[in-house]
Ligand binder design. Structure first.
Ligand code: ASP
Ligand code: MG
Length: 412
């Protein structure tokens, strides 16, 4: 007997018929003898509808009331699913975040989970009942309803799985797993059977939007095996777990990319202590997040300083940079918002020195100029012109053997 936490996303519970199909699945699992907790999202489109409704009523909806309205979508789903389970003769009970006591901090709209109370869930499970929990919502210590941020039902499921020490947390969604890259860019992308928490975090933060990033962090921290599967197709999906010693590790697990960034450069900056913080201070004070940062060695006492920000923040960041350039007596502040970032990700690169070389040579063969490079233990990222994004992703996908049998097509 295993304890399984399942999460069904909005598209999986998007209609009465689909909720019926979910109920069939859950019933079958419960009848096989496993203990089952199900966390669900709102029916697809519902959260957006509720947000729009709030904005129709108020130009700046109060954050506490916003959480009261947007948490209702999930309450509808838990009731419908539980009715469907009961109609099938499967004992079940639904709970809101407040009823379970999914205790969070008080940051409305992006609350963090502090504690999950398990007593009621355990009692139901021991009595043979399926537990159905509303995703995305919690309650703070004062009894206010909170929500966990868009996509937060993933995190609800992982938090419950961690608290109950479940054997596996299964995230049912509209894709059948995590891919080596986005199949819309490279049709030869393969579904991965397995990926580590660390790799998934790198892939997710770079735009593989399969899971809420926070849910992956949570799963890694508490070592909850996480499986992404399709609601609509059979298959074993992708398991996200710790590194597996028995399996020969591929060098590279995936190629991630991001076209949401813009690059800014200050040239001819006097190379003195405190300059970096003077350049970046006004940017961070404007609540603009900075991603990559590169500073050159100085020639003639002057240096160039380059960094990237989200493309939406480009105009503001450039304006601030131009101001600072004037104050510092730098030569110029320039930028480009037609850039893209490509990263190769894999825990296998820890023990292999040739990865960067393969990456750079592959891009060079395609005549793609690299504008910036950054590395971490399991990732190498480059910034290139946006117009070469597709070509870059496809050629790297091939060079690292992700197209076929995991063999390198180019040897370092
Ligand atoms: N319903 C919420 C949203 O759309 C939470 C979720 O689906 O995970 O963001
Ligand atoms: Mg989702």
């Amino acid at each position: 007997m295993a304890l399984i936490v399942q999460k069904y996303g909005g598209t999986s519970v998007g209609s009465i018929e689909k909720i019926g199909k979910v109920a069939d699945k859950v019933c079958a699992l419960a009848r096989s003898g496993d203990q089952v907790v199900v966390a669900v999202s709102a029916m697809s489109g519902e959260t957006n509808r509720l947000i729009a409704l709030a904005h129709e009523m108020s130009s700046k909806p109060h954050t506490r009331e916003m959480d009261v309205i947007i948490s209702t979508g999930e309450q509808v789903t838990i009731a419908l699913l539980t009715m469907a389970l009961l109609d099938r003769g499967c004992e079940a009970r639904s709970y809101t975040g407040t009823q379970i006591k999914m205790l969070t901090d008080s940051v409305h709209g992006k609350a963090r989970i502090r504690e999950v109370q398990c007593d009621a869930m355990r009692e139901d499970l021991n009595a043979g009942r399926v537990v159905v929990v509303a995703g995305f919502q919690g309650v703070d210590e004062h009894g206010n309803i909170t929500t966990l941020g868009r996509g937060g039902s993933d995190t609800t499921a992982v938090a419950i799985a961690a608290a109950l020490k479940a054997d596996e947390c299964q995230i049912y969604t509209d894709v059948d797993g995590v891919y080596t890259t986005d199949p819309r860019i490279e049709p030869k992308a393969r579904k991965l059977d397995r990926i580590t928490f660390e790799e998934m975090l790198e892939m997710a933060s770079l735009g593989s939007k399969v899971l809420q990033i926070r849910s992956v962090e949570f799963a890694g921290k508490y070592n909850v095996p996480l499986r992404v599967l399709s609601s609509f197709e059979e298959g074993s999906g992708t398991l996200i777990a710790l590194e597996n010693d028995d399996v020969e590790q591929a060098l590279i697990s995936g190629i991630a990319f991001n076209r949401d960034e813009a690059q800014l450069t200050m040239t001819g900056v006097p190379d003195q202590p405190g300059v970096a913080s003077k350049i970046l201070g006004p940017i961070t004070q404007a609540n603009i997040e900075i991603d990559m940062i590169v500073q050159n060695i100085s020639a003639d006492g002057c240096t160039d300083f380059t960094f990237t920000v989200h493309r939406n923040d480009y105009a503001t960041a450039l304006e601030l940079l131009q101001q600072t350039a004037g104050e510092l007596g730098a030569k110029s502040a320039i930028g480009d918002d037609k850039i893209a970032k490509i990263s190769v990700v894999g825990v296998g690169m820890r023990s292999h020195a040739g990865i960067a070389n393969i990456m750079f040579q592959t891009l060079a063969d395609e005549n793609i100029n690299i504008r910036m490079i950054s590395t971490s233990e399991i990732k190498i990222s480059v910034v290139i012109d946006e117009k070469y994004l597709e070509l870059g992703v496809r050629s790297l996908h091939q060079a690292f053997g992700l197209d076929n049998d995991g063999q390198l097509s180019r040897i370092a």
